[in-house]
Design a protein around this ligand. Structure first.
Ligand SMILES: Cc1cc2nc3c(=O)[nH]c(=O)nc-3n(C[C@H](O)[C@H](O)[C@H](O)COP(=O)(O)OP(=O)(O)OC[C@H]3O[C@@H](n4cnc5c(N)ncnc54)[C@H](O)[C@@H]3O)c2cc1C
Length: 596
């Protein structure tokens, strides 16, 4: 079949160009140094496609600057934060307790097994002062981080649960919407001063913006007499703790996983449960009555869902840590033993569907691992569920060590030179699940409906976008973040890098998924496809995987199901050529990872 549409020419922009002033641009460039030397045409296409949100970020960094991070010539944001914490330790330890202690909730929306919250509670108890919790919404942060409305809604529903639970202990949960993300730190410290709190606790997030913000918070806190403690909690093993024999960061999963398992085995305390906060002294309720009485936050206009969508998602994804806990218990009792054999079959409904809880922090990865180890006597390890859970830690370690992956650069930055397509029409068809490849369309429709997609489908749809359509993979990465309820920068970026062969431990670039074969292998009966693509409902047998080529064309055409937008064989050849052309000096390093 000839290609249905030529995709060799960039068309109209997918997103409007951000209109930064020249001065702002200059400042941004100074911030992250020299930028990438690409052809003007290519840079413009990327900008027009919204690859970098120029209202928040500088232009794309140069490969040379990435290399300087690799050569340890530039301090990584996590190192800067850790240094500040080290250097200020004594001063922070000597800070008097004050009239209250504050915990700042971010992506740790639970009271059980929450390290920073637990430490804050212990500190408050040591002098019998109240604990106050806070949560800040920054619409600008949501925009800069492409947080999906589904995710925001999940967080807000979770806050309701959290507020109820904390309220029973007399612990107030202060919430506020701060429009300008630059003033969040100032607001947090102002509130500490207002409440007479001199100790503030929070858990560490590993994205560049957050690490830099927290370094500033620690410094500014001390200037204002507030000791800020930032704690590792989101991952089982903290980034930087695992090194190769040569003392380097692992970039291949399998040896990293062996080191991760060994670390956990040798340091069982890393799985220890953090104590839940203790009740506040009685007077706290009266003193903070205004916080207890305040209305809960609603989603900012840029992230609001329709009522119908909200109800739909609330039904699918009940929020809060109690739900997370019972989901985990059910999974460990009923499914974990069969996980290894069935996890790649999307119709089997055999995975935990806990990613939304890990992402929002309604469940600690540490807790899930602890219970999984106890439940399976270690059987769930390699090739099993625990090895999947470990991928989450792996990608966060990668993010902390190679921070430029957070700055729109691929881990394999030499792949920056691949000539991608920026075809609006094809991209839209992919987004809407109208590519004519039933398995791809089913996956995209599941995402659009549920805010979640099975891992196998994430790999198939991502590979299809990057290799069959040759669209810039960062467009797909962005679309996922903007629609996933479990959107997590590190895992999403890692998954896209794997699928597009531009990331850490990736699929080799010459391995191009054949979507029809993937469909036959992982959805042999077409059960999953029929669920999500109603136009194909009555299609029998193998025709479900390729209806036009297998005798069901007339039926499905009548129902409006599209023909394939590109022929796979043609697309594969084109992808190989482009990848080879874009490899540049990275030719020797073609990857070789086996994901899941
Ligand atoms: C292109 C692409 C994008 C992705 N984007 C995200 C994302 O934004 N957020 C996200 O949480 N996961 C992402 N993943 C990973 C994975 O698809 C989901 O974590 C998984 O599908 C969630 O379903 P589950 O909870 O039923 O997983 P299970 O199979 O039950 O696994 C248990 C947990 O292990 C972790 N996990 C499993 N597989 C992976 C993986 N490959 N990478 C990282 N962690 C993993 C998750 O926390 C998951 O909840 C992405 C994968 C790909 C290929």
């Amino acid at each position: 079949m000839p290609p249905k549409r030529k995709v060799l020419r960039a068309t109209s922009p997918i997103r409007p160009l951000a209109s930064d002033s020249p001065r702002k641009r200059q400042r941004a460039i100074e911030h992250e140094g020299d930028t990438n030397r690409k052809s003007k045409g290519q840079s413009l296409q990327e900008e027009e496609a919204g690859i970098i949100q120029r209202e928040f970020y500088p232009p794309e960094m140069s490969n040379e600057r990435c290399e300087r991070y690799n050569n340890n010539e530039l301090p990584r944001p996590i190192e800067v934060l850790e240094k500040v914490l080290r250097e200020t330790r004594a001063q922070r330890d000597q800070t008097p307790i004050g009239d209250a202690v504050v915990h700042w909730f971010k992506r740790d929306l639970r009271q059980s097994d929450n390290r920073a919250l637990s430490q804050a509670s212990a500190k408050a108890r040591s002098k019998n002062v109240p604990l106050i919790c806070m949560f800040i919404i920054s619409p600008q942060d949501y925009q800069a981080h492409l947080t999906s409305p589904a995710r925001v809604d999940f967080e807000l529903r979770t806050l309701e649960v959290l507020r109820g639970d904390l309220g029973e202990k007399g612990i107030p949960l202060y919430t506020a919407t701060i429009e300008d993300r630059k003033v969040v730190v100032g607001h947090v410290l102002d509130k500490c001063r207002e409440w007479g709190a001199k100790h503030l606790y929070c858990n560490m997030e590993y994205e560049v913006d957050e690490l830099r913000r927290e370094a500033r918070l620690v410094r500014l806190g001390l200037e204002k007499g507030v000791a800020v403690e930032v704690v590792h909690d989101d991952v089982v093993v903290p980034p930087g703790a695992l090194k190769t024999g040569a003392g380097k960061q692992y970039s291949v999963y399998s040896p990293w996983f062996r080191a991760w398992e060994k670390y956990v085995h040798e340091r069982p305390h890393c799985l220890e449960e953090a104590a839940t906060p203790l009740p506040n002294p009685d007077y706290a309720r009266e003193r903070f009555q205004n916080i207890f009485d305040a209305a809960l936050l609603s989603a900012p206009p840029n992230k609001r869902l329709s009522d119908e969508k909200r109800k739909h998602l609330a039904h699918l994804w009940p929020a809060g840590e109690h739900e997370a806990q019972s989901r985990l218990t059910r999974f460990l009792e009923e499914k974990v033993h069969k996980y290894r054999e069935s996890r790649s079959v999307p119709a089997a409904n055999s995975t935990a569907m806990l990613s939304v809880h890990f992402s929002a922090g309604t469940l600690a990865a540490r807790r899930a691992l602890r219970l999984a180890l106890a439940n399976t006597s270690g059987q769930a390890s390699h090739g099993g569920w625990i090895a999947e859970l470990a991928w989450r830690d792996f990608y966060k370690h990668v993010l902390a060590h190679w921070p430029y992956v957070c700055m729109s650069k691929p881990f394999k930055y030499e792949y920056t030179d691949i000539k991608w397509e920026y075809d609006d029409d094809l991209f839209r068809k992919w987004c809407e699940g109208r590519t004519g490849y039933p398995i791809v369309d089913a996956g995209m429709r599941q995402l659009n409906s549920m805010g979640w997609m099975h891992n196998r489908l994430r790999m198939i749809t991502a590979s299809f976008l990057a290799k069959d359509l040759l669209l810039d993979w960062r467009l797909g990465e962005r679309y996922f973040m903007e629609h996933l309820i479990d959107g997590d920068f590190a895992s999403n970026n890692g998954g896209w890098g794997f699928s597009a062969s531009t990331g850490v431990d990736p699929q080799p670039y010459f391995r191009v998924f054949n979507p029809t074969l993937q469909s036959e292998k992982f959805d042999p009966e077409g059960t999953y496809i029929r669920k999500w693509v109603p136009e194909l409902e009555g299609v029998e047998g193998k025709a479900i995987h390729d209806p036009y080529a297998r005798g069901a064309g007339k039926v499905v055409e009548g129902r409006g199901y599209p023909r394939m937008v590109v022929e796979h064989k043609f697309a594969r050849g084109r992808a190989l050529e482009r990848y080879k052309g874009g490899l540049g000096r990275g030719t020797a390093n073609v990857g070789g990872g086996v994901h899941n």
